[in-house]
Structure formats: structure tokens, C-alpha cells
Design a binder for this molecule. Structure first.
Ligand code: SF4
Length: 330
């Protein structure tokens, strides 16, 4: 059993993706409801971006995705042709990437790139599309939008480029927005501005937002629901309140120990770390993918993992009982 999200905009069940001898997504299950922010969190290489690219059908050519189901607003994404998925992409499903400079085409103006999306999906004229683009640039806080439409990406700062990417993603009023580490390439102060903007737009537009991050501080601030990924699996999931109140998987606890927590971390106290790196897991692997880094590993951890309920909508994938932390302290 996994959390039940009523009437989800996006529903993924048992998603698997392999790149040769590496299984990058191993049974990923998650759902995002309208008006909800769901964060996928974990270290680099945990399968977060692969999950997002699978939803958008943007995996490299020749890489297959399988799943029990992959649905957007009840429609089966797995059964769709590339042409059908392309009609949804940029229209009702949109994605923002980490580095706006590589997502925007340096040879075309901002206006030309933004209007193309609206013309293609909505059959609008260039004038209508340009008006829509100017409206969205203003909405994401860009001043003098008419002037910006005539500029090229290299003429904008990193923060402005990411605002343009957000505006472009909103051109066709998407129901689902996937943001893959949208602030990683930006300065800290600009990061905070972009996150505030995303949060505001998500609430105003009632978007289903799947936000990918490696930063638990972002999760605490932005999301209602969180899925912690490790080595291609969701190892812990629940509402943000549940997971932060009682992080149960040792990997989640390790991640939380790595960041200062207001009111809990004492001044001068060293932060924790998780030794080692995320392993590459081959198809057919059995047991816990975290066991080589887990200080609590035991022989049973090499066997099939049980999905346990820690109460309410809170689930985790581990051999330890939900109250292991209390038992260890006793
Ligand atoms: Fe650690 Fe075992 Fe739990 Fe994996 S299953 S996180 S190795 S205790």
C-alpha cells in the first residue's frame, strides 16, 4: 500500500528505467494532486531527473520506460505515440530545467521562443502569441516585458533567464509543472526569489508542481508532500509534516543530519555526513540499495525490502521497525 492521493493530476506506479547495466528508476511510485507541491529529494544520481524525463517522455532515444501505469489526468502516457505526447508537452504538461542558458536557444529572441509554444499548441497568430508572452513576462516579475521580448538569452542575467523559462512553461496554462532543480545554477539571493515566485504561481494557478531538489530546506519551505529517492527508489514518502516530524528511513535521517535545523542544531555542533557515494544498481538487484552506507545494516538487508507504514500517509522501505530510533535510544 502507498499514499492515496485523490484524483491526482499525475500518477506513476512502479516506474522502471534502465541504462544498460544500471537501473536508474526502480519501481518509482508517486502521485501529485492539483494545487499540491510534491518534492522529489535525494543526492545527484538517485533517479530524480530520470523520473521526470520519463513522465515527459524525454528519455534518450532507445531508453525504454516501463510501469504498472503512468497517467496524466487519467490519460495513459505509456500508450501514447510520440506525436500525442508532444501535443501534451509544453501545453498541459510543462517542465523547467536546471540551466536556463542551455534550455533557451541562443540564436532566437525571447519573444520568438515564447511565442512559438503558443502558436504551435493554440494555433494563435504571432501577435496574439507575443501579447501572451508579454503578459507572462510581467506576471513572473520582469519589468519592461515588451523590450525583453526582443532580447536574446545572453543579454539576460541567470535569474531573468530562469524567470523567462517559468513564463514560457506557463504559456499554455499547464496543469502539471515539473521543475528540475530550477535554482541550482543561480546565486543564493536569486534562488530565494525564484522559489518564492514558483510558490506564488503554484498557489495562484492551482498547479500540480513536481519539484526536484537535493535541498531539504527547499522541501520544508515549498512542499506539502515529499518522496525521498535513493539509488532509483523512493525510500520514504509522506506529507512533509509527517516526514520531518519522524524521518524513519536511515537515508532520510542522514540527509537531515547534513543540514542545520533551526531550534535543533546547536551553535558549533558539527553537521553530519553520509560517507560513500550513491551506487549504480544493476537490474535484478535484491535488497536495500543503501546497505553499503548504512550504519544500521544487518544480514536481512540483503533480502527483499518490505514497504512499511510509519503512520498515516507516511511509508518507508527498510527492515527497521517504525520506532527503531526510540528503541535504539532506550
Ligand atoms: Fe539500513 Fe537495512 Fe534499513 Fe537499508 S534496510 S536502510 S541497510 S537498516
Amino acid at each position: 500500500m502507498t499514499p492515496v492521493v485523490p484524483d491526482p493530476v499525475l500518477s506513476v506506479a512502479n516506474l522502471r528505467v534502465s541504462f544498460g547495466q544500471t537501473e536508474a528508476a526502480r519501481g518509482v511510485t508517486l502521485a501529485v494532486a492539483r494545487g499540491e507541491t510534491h518534492c522529489l529529494v535525494g543526492e545527484s544520481g538517485c533517479g530524480k531527473s530520470v523520473t521526470a524525463l520519463s513522465v515527459m517522455n524525454l528519455l534518450p532515444r532507445g531508453i525504454a520506460r516501463t510501469a504498472d501505469h503512468l497517467r496524466f489526468q487519467g490519460q495513459d502516457l505509456l500508450g501514447m505515440s510520440e506525436r500525442q505526447t508532444a501535443r501534451l508537452r509544453g501545453d498541459k504538461m510543462a517542465m523547467i530545467f536546471q540551466e536556463p542558458m542551455t534550455s533557451l536557444n541562443p540564436a532566437y529572441t525571447i519573444g520568438s521562443q515564447m511565442s512559438e509554444v503558443f502558436e504551435r499548441h493554440r494555433g494563435a497568430t504571432r501577435r496574439q502569441a507575443m501579447d501572451r508572452a508579454a503578459e507572462l513576462l510581467a506576471r513572473v516579475g520582469i519589468t519592461a516585458p515588451g523590450m525583453r521580448l526582443g532580447q536574446y538569452p545572453h543579454q539576460l542575467s541567470g535569474g531573468l533567464r530562469q524567470r523567462v523559462m517559468i513564463a514560457m512553461a506557463l504559456m499554455c496554462d499547464p496543469e502539471l509543472l515539473i521543475a528540475d532543480e530550477p535554482t541550482t545554477a543561480l546565486d543564493v539571493t536569486v534562488q530565494a526569489q525564484i522559489l518564492r515566485l514558483l510558490q506564488k504561481l503554484q498557489q495562484e494557478l492551482g498547479l500540480a508542481l513536481l519539484l526536484i531538489t537535493h535541498d531539504l530546506g527547499v522541501v520544508a519551505r515549498m512542499a506539502q508532500r515529499v518522496s525521498v529517492m535513493y539509488a532509483g527508489e523512493v525510500v520514504e514518502t509522506g506529507t512533509v509534516a509527517e516526514v520531518f516530524a519522524a524521518p524513519t528511513h536511515p537515508y532520510t535521517r542522514g540527509l537531515l543530519d547534513c543540514i542545520p535545523v533551526p531550534g535543533m542544531t546547536r551553535a558549533g555542533e558539527p553537521l553530519g555526513n553520509i560517507p560513500g557515494v550513491v551506487p549504480r544498481i544493476a537490474p535484478g538487484f535484491i535488497g536495500c540499495g543503501f546497505r553499503d552506507r548504512c550504519t544500521l545494516a544487518m544480514p536481512e538487508c540483503a533480502q527483499t525490502m518490505p514497504l512499511r507504514n510509519a503512520g498515516g500517509d507516511h511509508f518507508y522501505l527498510c527492515r527497521l521497525p517504525p520506532d527503531w530510533k526510540r528503541a535504539a535510544a532506550a
